[in-house]
Design a protein around this ligand. Sequence first.
Ligand code: NAG
Length: 312
Amino acid sequence: KRTHLLVVGVYLLSSCRAEEGLNFPTYDGKDRVVSLSEKNFKQILKKYDLLCLYYHEPVSSDKVAQKQFQLKEIVLELVAQVLEHKDIGFVMVDAKKEAKLAKKLDYKAFEEAAEHFQPYIKFFATFDKGVAKKLSLKMNEVDFYEPFMDEPVTIPNKPHTEDELVEFVKEHQRPTLRRLRPEDMFETWEDDLNGIHIVAFAERSDPDGYEFLEILKQVARDNTDNPDLSIVWIDPDDFPLLVAYWEKTFKIDLFKPQIGVVNVTDADSVWMEIPDDDDLPTAEELEDWIEDVLSGKINTEDDDNEDEDDDN
Ligand SMILES: *[C@@H]1O[C@H](CO)[C@@H](O)[C@H](O)[C@H]1NC(C)=O
């Protein structure tokens, strides 16, 4: 049985009417509405198809306030009685006493966090137990999937507020390896690493390109914790109209895999020497090369004077 969890306010009371026309039912005196706590939460969720939650402030010791609260409770009991046969449950949540639970039940944070990153980062929610199990997702857990990584990262300290989610995503937003996509190529290009991009060209439909991409993925997985590294992978097949332009600008042959550093200011670039496509660099060799790029040992500036010398 699938359990749907709906968070609804009191406004529901006015729309939950007895179905028997004008015969207004009377309360039979049986207690159905329970106070929801972290302890009974799971058990109650299992019991009903639909759960209506009534959030309330802590009831003060004031006599009038207590009387008012009792009245609300009776109204809720009556609604619960009327809808009992439909497997709809009614519970009350003390928003202060059960602050942690109240926060846990608040999916709004996730939705609102998602709005910050539209449409570049996709947010998915599942309400299906089977799907959640396949993804080994627990209740209210948010997993962050970085492109090309085998395992997601579970965002710690659930349940999360909108701000916590936004902060985490911002911090982890730049992947170690990202595919340049036509739909967000400008955003990707603007997100440079101190004025440079490490760019790899690899055609997935080509055996050498495919193998090179696998090596890149390996390097990305090994270096996923390095915040300074982000390789932009371009599949020339995605940009047929730009291939000639790139070959001319970067002075490279895009029929074979390439990796290089591009200065985003002047499009000056240096490319790793891959003498033979049958002998692609190993992950270790690629890592050494990347290290030299990140340390500045390999850069686009050193050969600039040589170029001038050549011209003279
Ligand atoms: C990129 O090129 C500009 C212009 O030639 C230069 O001033 C800058 O230092 C270069 N940046 C890097 C990181 O090499």
